[in-house]
Write a protein that binds this ligand. Structure first.
Ligand SMILES: Cc1cc2nc3c(=O)[nH]c(=O)nc-3n(C[C@H](O)[C@H](O)[C@H](O)COP(=O)(O)OP(=O)(O)OC[C@H]3O[C@@H](n4cnc5c(N)ncnc54)[C@H](O)[C@@H]3O)c2cc1C
Length: 474
């Protein structure tokens, strides 16, 4: 039987991604005298976030930025003294393109994720047939759906914008963010802003135009609202480093997997570390992927564990490639491109890191990140690194007409990293939260529940930290 090797902790955080690290930091700020630990199974803190530097290149192997509205990530950076290191996207080229019959075509100006704020650019876009254009331009006339039951992205988008705009624009735009199957993705959980627009204004066209009047800057461009995105001069790894340096080092346990969890009769949580060590904690925060939290909670609350296990995950890979600028006849000017599933290509999207943010590559070089996988390309991680590089370089060579091979190639695999917000997700999360409240002295945080973006993870972690410090330590 493993022995207790640590003093009884006031709070143990399990999982050292951005969610767990933010919670640890926030609790330490509010209760500096508390005994705290974070347990991370890998030898590196940060979870899905990772910044690497190589040959003068600053490479984000997963997330490269966060949205500043909602504000939690921005606020946290400022609170940590990183205000001067915040970088906005470059004003030039703030747009994305879409692959259409093998060629890059601009996303029509004013088109945002599932709706159009301007009709003329849709009407003049070469990516749609006349039938598709006319159907899309009828959006302001389409009746609002009665009833409030959850609707999939595919159903919502086809109902409002028509099948062609869904296939050519909406499926790849949303696929790029959620790596999801649009027939299963819950509108209510993933894109509530657009549901709300339909309810309030009767159409996305009117809703987007109303929003544009309120915040003209955010409405500029097409695709993602790039003017609202920010990163840090040293990459998002700089945020991780700051969080880590603001807590005492003895609180950080790397290479420490929680292999078993029990609740003792005196109410204390008992944690088994790497199957060989034991420690007790008055409170715990599970900042692990839902399927891992399910495995740990199975003997404690089977209903809760079953609901957690019901949240599916998708895997993806990111291939980062660096080229010399002289390899291009003409350098791409946009922030990247997305690939609709109907194009039947083996990649999801490409993000032009050098165009998006300054200081990512030396002046004579050009850095790009290619995304593969997601719910609709589920076998991607079965391929070798060499094969993934070959796919990414061949696709870029064909689409961007690049001469010769990249001088740097880096593959990062993210198995089971993207929680899928399927139909009924909100009700599932509400059930999970109810069960968690009944268990007491435990919080569940992370990207599985109320938003996959970094700001939502930070918001969830801050809220959990507040609740944990407010409850009495018995
Ligand atoms: C390729 C990619 C690109 C993305 N791009 C963006 C972007 O540009 N902007 C944005 O806002 N978001 C982006 N995201 C989403 C965002 O990065 C993630 O949602 C977020 O980082 C998740 O953080 P987390 O702490 O909730 O989870 P994770 O980072 O998954 O952390 C969970 C941690 O728990 C640990 N763990 C698991 N089980 C145990 C155990 N039993 N004991 C101890 N530790 C355990 C894991 O090792 C892991 O470190 C992207 C995601 C991916 C995959």
């Amino acid at each position: 039987m493993p022995q207790n090797t640590l003093p009884t902790l006031d709070c143990a955080v399990i999982g050292g991604g951005i969610s767990g690290l933010t919670a640890l930091y926030a609790i330490h700020q509010k209760r500096p005298a508390w005994q705290l630990r974070i347990f991370e199974r890998q030898d590196r803190l940060g979870g899905i976030l990772e910044t690497r530097t190589e040959n003068g290149l600053l490479i984000e192997t997963s997330a490269d930025s966060f949205i500043t509205d909602p504000t939690p990530a921005l606020k946290l950076c400022k609170e940590l003294g990183l205000g001067d290191d915040l970088l906005g996207t470059r004003p030039a080229g703030r747009r994305a393109e879409v692959l259409c019959h093998g060629r890059l075509t601009p996303i029509p100006d004013g088109f945002q994720i599932v709706g159009a704020r301007k009709l003329l650019p849709l009407l003049t876009s070469p990516m749609l047939s006349w039938r598709g254009k006319l159907r899309a331009c009828c959006e302001p006339l389409i009746k609002t759906r009665a009833g409030r039951e959850d609707e999939s992205l595919a159903a919502f988008a086809k109902r409002r914008m028509g099948t062609e705009v869904f296939d050519r624009l909406i499926a790849p735009l949303v696929g790029g963010i959620y790596t999801a199957d649009a027939d299963k993705l819950s509108m209510a959980a993933a894109l509530p802003r657009f549901l709300e627009m339909e309810r309030m204004y009767g159409s996305l066209y009117r809703g987007l135009n109303f929003e544009a009047k309120q915040t003209p800057q955010a409405a500029q461009g097409s695709g993602a609202r790039y003017s609202l995105f920010a990163t840090l001069r040293g990459g998002l790894g700089q945020l991780l480093e700051k969080l880590i340096s603001n807590v005492p080092s003895h609180m950080l346990r790397k290479g420490a997997e929680i292999t078993n969890l029990r609740k003792q009769t005196d109410g204390l949580w008992q944690l088994e570390v790497n199957g060989s060590e034991m420690c007790c904690a008055r409170k715990i925060i599970l900042a692990t992927p839902a399927f891992r939290s399910a495995a740990l909670l199975w003997d404690i609350d089977a209903e809760l564990a079953a609901a957690l296990k019901d949240i599916p995950y998708a895997s993806c890979a990111v291939v980062c490639l660096a080229y010399h600028k002289k390899q291009f006849r003409q350098l791409p000017q946009s922030f990247g491109f997305i690939v609709p599933p109907c194009e039947q290509r083996p990649i999801l999207a490409a993000s032009f890191a050098s165009n998006k943010f300054p200081e990512r590559a030396p002046d004579d070089q050009w850095l790009v990140r290619v995304f593969l996988g997601g719910a609709c390309q589920s076998t991607v991680l079965e391929q070798s690194d060499e094969k993934l590089i070959e796919i990414a370089t061949n696709e870029l060579q064909r689409i961007l007409c690049i001469r010769d091979a990249p001088h740097l190639q880096m593959v990062t695999r993210w198995p089971q990293s993207m929680p899928q917000y399927h139909l009924g997700h909100i009700e599932r999360v509400e059930r999970i939260e109810q069960n968690v409240r009944r268990l007491q002295n435990i919080a569940l945080i992370g990207n599985a529940y109320r938003g996959v973006g970094i700001p939502q993870c930070i918001h969830g972690a801050m809220k959990a930290a507040e609740a944990i410090v407010e409850t009495r330590l018995d």
